[in-house]
Design a protein. Structure first.
Length: 83
């Protein structure tokens, strides 16, 4: 299984900015449920549009990415990079 970076360049109570697979996060929506921050976003490449969801839990990100036109679903986790 390969790896890639989910880059969070800014996060506050209203939005998350960053990139996933080099594509900017767009149409970001946040929701806090039982103290856990959940988010939804859209990214794209030259072939597909990807809809993703994630949550910040236990110091990491967990999420999924779905491409409707490709019948593609990926479940992923992301750990913070350590210097």
């Amino acid at each position: 299984m390969g790896t890639t970076e989910f880059v969070v360049s800014e996060a506050n109570g209203e939005t998350i900015k960053g990139t996933f697979y080099g594509s900017p996060l767009r149409q970001v929506h946040l929701s806090k449920v039982n103290g856990v921050l959940h988010f939804a976003y859209v990214t794209s490449d030259t072939n597909s549009v990807y809809h993703g969801t994630g949550r910040f839990i236990s110091g990491r990100l967990e999420g999924s990415t779905h491409a409707l036109d490709r019948g593609f679903l990926s479940v992923w986790t992301a750990e913070p990079l350590r210097p």
